[in-house]
Write a protein that binds this ligand. Structure first.
Ligand SMILES: [Zn+2]
Length: 433
């Protein structure tokens, strides 16, 4: 999918189609009748409330969307009547006593998530554990379940995920408008095409968890965990408002995504961003992926473990974090950290040369390595940057979302589909309290 199609095909640009929905193209849902115009404006307003994190007043939203004041009043009343929002006198998480700005002497309300409004269930699937969280509109979240892998097989683990989701779906009932799943594999045409667990090969997670007889009949949307971590940064984190950003997420391997206008550029089949499998640091050894000389052999968890001479088995993330923690006191660990950090920086410089981002987001182990050895990362980074870029190198920005990154991205998949005229059409017109 070309960049132009991708951007032109999104809810955020005013169309009626979510960026990740490849089923229909060029369906911009142009509003022609007054009912369509109203549905379109309701979706725009709710989208703006969601994107603003429940911090914007009605007056600010009205200005941002270029609506007439009377129109905005009617739209807010409609959304409130459908229990999609409630208007508060100040942001839900504001410190007590904070006053919202007044417009022409009158107080203006803050449209916020309704306590009985829509929610997205989000799953962060890893090969050794999974986490389930619930997200309201505006991004407010609660982690519901964390479970270490008990099942022997990957198939058994997906059955455990389905069982937890079934319980949570019963709990939240009709409020659930979709399930988003972050998976630890490149995803192509919905399938995990190169997962770490053999029995996940070519598995379509959305298909396994969704469907009438399964845990949820509504939309189930899956995406690569590193891509979704980047999407989360663009929406709620350090890459918010940045025109072209590169995001790097390091777990066992190194993944990431290029974001243009806040939207992931995911390639023709959805599997772009496998930066860890590029020969950026000069090695020529074979990699588990089938290629040779991959960056992740020298940087990330694999690079750290190889640098201290530890086997690449078991829980590599935990052991890599132990190496970082011991770096200050253990000479071998200290040297390994510096080596992996420098290799990480060199790869970033090469990617910046290729893609010219405004900033680079770092999450997972990438943020931990950068915080533990910033000088080594920076030295590698500046060494590989082309000369003309060095006076003003794009900033390296460690994530502040922590463990919520991939979960937040998964929830945004669901809300991107819901916050359209078509998505809102599935929510009841009027609700009785
Ligand atoms: Zn590789």
């Amino acid at each position: 999918m070309g960049l132009v199609t991708l951007i032109g095909n999104t809810a955020r640009s005013g169309g009626d189609q979510a960026w990740h929905d490849r089923s229909v193209r060029n369906d911009h849902g142009a509003a022609t009748t007054s009912a369509e115009l109203r549905a379109h404006n309701l979706a725009r307003l709710l989208r703006a409330v969601h994107d603003g994190g429940g911090q914007l007043t009605r007056a600010q939203l009205t200005r941002q969307l270029g609506l007439a004041r009377g129109t905005a009043t009617v739209l807010v009343r409609d959304l409130a009547g459908r229990q999609l929002i409630e208007e508060l006198s100040s942001p839900a998480d504001a410190p007590a006593g904070l006053k919202v700005p007044r417009t022409r002497g009158r107080p203006t309300g803050v449209p916020s998530a309704h306590p009985r409004g829509p929610v997205a269930l989000a799953v962060d699937l890893r090969d050794d554990s999974f986490t389930v969280a619930v997200f309201e509109l505006t991004g407010r979240s609660t982690v519901l379940d964390r479970q270490e892998r008990e099942a022997v097989s990957g198939t058994g683990m997906l059955a455990d995920v389905a069982a937890r989701l079934k319980v949570r779906r019963r709990e939240y009932g009709d409020r659930v408008v979709g399930i988003g799943v972050a998976v630890p594999s490149p995803v192509s045409a919905g399938q995990m095409v190169q997962p770490t667990l053999p029995d996940w090969q070519d598995v379509d997670v959305a298909d396994i968890l969704g469907g009438a007889d399964k845990c949820y009949p509504g939309p189930v949307l899956a995406g690569n965990d590193a891509t979704l971590a980047g999407l989360a940064e663009a929406r709620r984190g350090v890459l918010r408002g940045i025109s072209v950003a590169l995001h790097l997420h390091v777990a066992t391997g190194i993944g990431g995504v290029l974001l243009a206008g806040g939207l992931p550029v995911t390639g023709a089949h959805g599997s772009a961003g496998e930066f860890g499998h590029m020969p950026l640091t000069g090695s020529s050894e074979p990699c588990r992926c089938g290629s040779t000389g991959c960056w992740e052999l020298d940087a990330g968890a694999r690079g750290l473990l190889r640098a201290v001479g530890q086997p690449e088995e078991g829980d590599r993330m935990v052991r890599a974090e132990q190496v970082i923690a011991a770096a200050a006191t253990d000479r071998g660990c200290g040297q390994a950290l510096l080596r992996a950090a420098e290799a990480f920086g060199r790869g970033i410089g090469a990617l910046v040369n290729a893609q010219d981002p405004e900033a680079v987001g770092l999450s997972g182990l990438a943020a931990e390595v950068y915080e533990a050895a910033p000088a080594a990362v920076q030295a590698g980074y500046l060494a590989t940057l082309m000369r003309f870029r060095r006076p003003e190198p794009p900033a390296l920005l460690p994530s502040t979302l922590g463990e919520l990154g991939a979960l937040t991205g998964a929830s945004e998949l669901v809300f991107d589909a819901f916050l359209t005229a078509r998505g809102l059409g599935g929510w009841p017109e009027e609700k009785t309290a």
